[in-house]
Ligand binder design. Structure first.
Ligand code: NAD
Ligand code: DAU
Length: 356
């Protein structure tokens, strides 16, 4: 019997993946209310949710996942029978310059959510309950030229960001092993798509090409990432929430490996045509810059367990997904202008100012 939530608490739903998840989940689940708890850091934006903000089944609460009494109140008042936990500090480069907030949000925040979820679940307030932790392939560390991360790969996080996510994953495991709590854990590869904050590779390159700024490629540009469209990630999360056995861990990935420099070339070339620039013009903006410290060389996810057990597979081809993503950024320049004003400029100067 699939698990059918009736009241879902989503954390971090104003961010990139959380907002895409809410869009598709609300549309596909007319029998379920959705509460979005988000404290609106620089990465959270209510403009990502205008399509659902007037839906009577949707409610936004501005608040911090570290606030235990707020979390407890929401779980109780909304009779939440599922939690999908996206909220996080998510950018590796920021974790290198300021790791503390990553530990607070990603480790302590997860512990608060787990603890309040445990109390709520054990109170018997809802007949059935699931807690789903959204995690990342980065918890597995780095691969050489061959091989894939499976769910059995030992955790070997290398950045403060991935270490904080690995710590959170271990807490999730502990709550299942110790209290028997019905937890789920997904670990996904790099996402791309609409509402992606332009500090991450693909939206940063799109934005810099449009504005004719240098395209900073770290190191030799040969690091490999495995790209998945965000709506495919959202569909996979929904599948795991409804169909996976409590206590399970699932990798999510697109079997779509790209060297960074090849992605940058592709985005440059697709935008040459769209911006009416001559062939190769955008590539001249590429600037190789100092490497990211501890830069993981290659990520590649084996998502065969998810396919085998639950029948999930990506719906987007990369060709379609990247073209649609570029077109989305071109059509949503107002959104980009808003999120790249103010604090973004300071971050940008700190991160790239001295490197070019
Ligand atoms: P994001 O940075 O775009 O959004 C994070 C959201 O969390 C924001 O809306 C922010 O306001 C909110 N938030 C941060 N701290 C909070 C707090 N203390 N209380 C409440 N809300 C808070 O992140 P994203 O890229 O959408 O990633 C979402 C989740 O998916 C994260 O857990 C991340 O580790 C994981 N993940 C991301 C990717 C990727 O490629 N982006 C891949 C795999 C897994
Ligand atoms: O693998 C999943 C992870 O993917 C998620 O858990 C993280 O939240 C998400 O941010 C992402 O992490 P990455 O570090 O892989 O993504 P990012 O977009 O920052 O970088 C992708 C690659 O591009 C990486 O090898 C570093 C490189 N890069 C990135 C930036 C921002 C550059 O060469 N230049 C850049 O300016």
């Amino acid at each position: 019997m699939p698990f059918k939530p009736t009241s879902l608490l989503v954390t971090g739903g104003a961010g990139f993946i959380g907002s895409n998840f809410i869009h598709s989940f609300i549309a596909a689940n007319p029998g379920c209310d959705v509460t979005n708890l988000d404290c609106l850091t620089y990465a959270g934006n209510l403009k990502n949710l205008t399509a659902v903000e007037n839906n009577p089944r949707y409610r936004f609460i501005k608040g911090d996942i570290c606030d235990a009494s707020l979390v407890a109140t929401i779980l109780k008042e909304r009779s939440a029978d599922a939690v999908v936990h996206f909220a996080a500090e998510s950018h590796v480069d920021r974790s290198i310059t300021g790791p503390e907030i990553f530990v607070r949000t990603n480790v302590l925040g997860t512990q608060v959510l787990l603890e309040e979820s445990r109390r709520h679940w054990q109170s018997g307030a809802v007949p059935d309950f699931r807690y789903l932790q959204i995690s990342t392939d980065e918890v597995y560390g780095s691969l050489g030229e061959t091989g894939y991360f499976t769910e059995q790969t030992p955790l070997a996080a290398n950045s403060p960001y991935s270490a904080s996510k690995a710590g959170a994953d271990l807490l999730v495991r502990a709550y299942h092993e110790t209290y028997g709590m019905p937890t789920l854990n997904t670990r996904c590869s790099n996402n791309y798509g609409p509402y992606h904050f332009p500090e991450k590779l693909i939206p940063l390159m799109i934005h810099n090409i449009i504005t004719k700024k240098p395209l900073p490629v770290y190191g030799d540009g040969l690091n490999v990432r495995d790209w998945l469209h965000v709506r495919d990630h959202a569909a996979a999360v929904e599948t795991v929430l409804k169909h996976a056995a409590p206590g399970s861990v699932y990798n999510i990935g697109g079997n779509n490996e790209w060297k960074n420099i090849d992605i940058v070339h592709l985005v440059c070339d697709l935008l040459d045509a769209r911006l009416g620039r001559s062939a190769g013009e955008n590539r001249s903006l590429i600037a190789f810059v100092k490497d990211r410290p501890g830069h993981d060389r290659r990520y590649a996810i084996d998502a065969s367990r998810l396919k085998r057990d639950l029948g999930w597979g990506p719906a987007y081809t990369f060709e379609r997904g990247i073209a649609e993503t570029i077109d989305w950024y071109l059509a949503n320049q107002e959104w980009v202008a808003e999120v790249t004003s103010g604090a973004y400029r300071e971050y940008y100067t700190q991160q790239y100012g001295g490197k070019q």
